[in-house]
Design a protein. Structure first.
Length: 185
């Protein structure tokens, strides 16, 4: 089984912000594969199949910086090897619309990823980094907590589609093949 974790913040005030692209990707995957998400402990989660492989989708309700708590709670009840965990999250170091896949590694300063590393006791989970860019001026926190502009929605939609496609390749063919395919552009 794969555990796909979208990082974000709960609540309608954050729903369409840059910091919630991980949640947006999980919602897109859930809709495409008819997986219903419901509250379970510290998360919204659902189970289903992608490409014939069992998956669990998870949206932590703990807020971004405590995401690892929700993931730890889930895997305490349903053990999943860290190599079968895929975290999707916003990345300010990538331009809007770009994705980058990683096999493992550090957090790059992302506090949600820091929390996952802390609670999983491992850096060996897969990552789908979703580019949201950086502000030309102003505070980075205000920027990631702001909604996408109308002119950015097409790039956002294309990025989420590419993220969903990359997840299917990770599941079917492995992270190396997915990285070769999706990190090229």
């Amino acid at each position: 089984m794969f555990l796909i974790v979208g990082l974000g913040n709960p609540g309608t005030e954050y729903e369409i912000t840059r910091h919630n692209v991980g949640f947006m990707l999980v919602d897109r995957i859930a809709e495409a594969h008819k997986i219903r998400l419901s509250r379970r402990g510290k998360s919204l989660c659902g189970r289903g199949f992608i490409e014939g492989v069992e998956v669990a989708l998870l949206k932590p309700l703990t807020f971004m910086n405590l995401s690892g708590e929700a993931v730890a709670e889930f895997i305490s009840n349903q053990p999943v090897p860290t190599e079968s965990i895929v975290a999707a999250y916003d990345d300010c170091d990538l331009p809007l619309g770009k994705i980058r896949l990683r096999k493992n590694g550090g957090s790059g300063g992302h506090r949600g990823v820091d929390s996952l590393i802390k609670h999983l006791y491992s850096r060996d989970f897969r990552r789908i980094r979703l580019g949201v860019g950086r502000p030309l001026h102003g505070d980075i926190v205000d920027y990631v907590l702001s909604p996408f502009s109308a002119s950015e929605t097409e790039a956002l939609d294309q990025m989420l589609a590419k993220g969903a496609d990359s997840l299917e390749v990770i599941i079917k063919e492995g992270i190396e093949r997915a990285m070769n395919s999706f990190n090229a552009d």
